[in-house]
Design a protein around this ligand. Structure first.
Ligand code: HEC
Ligand code: HEC
Length: 209
C-alpha cells in the first residue's frame, strides 16, 4: 500500500473516532456536542433516563413544555433563578450551553413520555383537585388550570405539573410563597394566601395525575 493510501486510512480513522467521541461526549463547554447527547450523557445522572427522574430531589423533565424548559435553562444560565438548589446544581450545568444546545435539549425532553408510577387519583384528592380547578375566589387564589391547563399539562412558558414529584412541587410552592429565588412570575401572587395544608393537598393531587 502506498504511503498516501495509508495516510488516507489514518485520517479516515481519526475522523471516525472523533465523531463517535462527540456522540458520547460529556463536555458541557463544547458547542459541537449536540444537546441530545448532553441529556443522555450528563443530565440523565440526576434527571433520569430521558427526563424521568426517580429521586424526588430532582424534577422530572420528560414531557415538560419546550418553552418552559428553555426559559428555565436561560434563567439558570443568567442566574435569575436562584432558589436554594439552583446555584448548587444547575448553574454549572447551564453555564456553557449555547442557545442551540438549549433548544435541542428542550425539544428532546418535551418529546419524551412522562412515566408516573404514582398515577392514581384517590378519593382524598378531592380538595386538591378543587383548588386546582377552581382556586378560591373569596381569598383571591386564581384557578391553577387557567394557566397550567385542565389536565395540568402546561403550555408554552407555563410548566406541566401533572406527574411531577410531590416533594419538588411542595418545595417550589414554598419558594414562590416566600418570594426567594424565582422572581417576576405570577406565582408569588398565586401562592400568597395558600396554607400549608392546601399546598400539600394541591401538590398531592398533581403528583398523582
Ligand atoms: C447533579 C444533579 C443534576 C444534573 C446533572 C442536572 N441537573 Fe437539572 N436540576 C437539578 C436540581 C437539584 C434541580 C432543582 C433545582 C431547584 O430545586 O430549584 C434541577 C432543575 C432543573 C430544571 C428546572 C425544572 C423545573 O421543573 O423547573 C431544568 C430544566 C433542568 N434542571 C435541566 C437540566 C439539564 C438540561 C441538565 C443537563 C445539561 C441538568 N439539568 C443536569 C440537578 C441536576
Ligand atoms: C396566572 C398564571 C398562573 C396561575 C393562575 C398559576 N400558575 Fe403556577 N406558574 C405560572 C408560571 C408562569 C410559572 C413558571 C414560573 C417561572 O418561569 O419560573 C409557574 C410555575 C409553577 C410551579 C413550578 C413548577 C416547576 O416545575 O418548577 C408550580 C408548582 C406551580 N406553578 C403551581 C401552581 C398552582 C398549584 C397553582 C394554583 C394554586 C398555580 N400554579 C397557578 C403561572 C401560573
Amino acid at each position: 500500500m502506498s504511503i498516501f493510501k495509508n495516510l488516507l486510512l489514518i485520517v479516515a480513522y481519526l475522523s471516525l473516532s472523533a465523531c463517535s467521541n462527540i456522540e458520547r461526549s460529556r463536555d458541557l463547554g463544547n458547542a459541537d456536542v449536540s444537546g441530545v447527547t448532553l441529556v443522555k450523557q450528563v443530565c440523565s445522572e440526576c434527571h433520569g433516563q430521558n427526563g424521568n427522574s426517580t429521586s424526588p430531589q430532582f424534577p422530572k423533565l420528560a414531557g415538560q413544555q419546550i418553552g418552559y424548559l428553555q426559559s428555565q435553562l436561560m434563567k439558570f444560565k443568567d442566574h435569575s433563578r436562584s432558589d436554594r438548589l439552583a446555584p448548587e446544581f444547575m448553574y454549572g450545568m447551564s453555564h456553557g450551553l449555547t442557545v442551540k444546545q438549549i433548544g435541542e435539549i428542550s425539544e428532546f425532553l418535551a418529546q419524551q413520555q412522562l412515566i408516573n408510577e404514582k398515577a392514581q387519583v384517590m378519593p382524598d384528592d378531592y380538595f386538591g383537585k378543587l383548588i386546582y380547578l377552581n382556586g378560591m375566589v373569596d381569598r383571591g387564589i386564581p384557578a391553577c388550570q387557567n394557566c397550567h391547563g385542565t389536565m395540568a399539562q402546561g403550555q408554552n412558558d407555563f410548566p406541566r405539573l401533572a406527574g411531577q414529584h410531590k416533594q419538588y412541587l411542595v418545595k417550589q410552592l414554598h419558594v414562590f410563597h416566600a418570594n426567594i429565588g424565582r422572581p417576576d412570575t405570577p406565582m408569588q401572587f398565586v401562592t400568597q394566601s395558600l396554607t400549608e395544608k392546601e399546598i400539600d393537598q394541591v401538590a398531592t393531587y398533581l403528583s398523582r395525575l
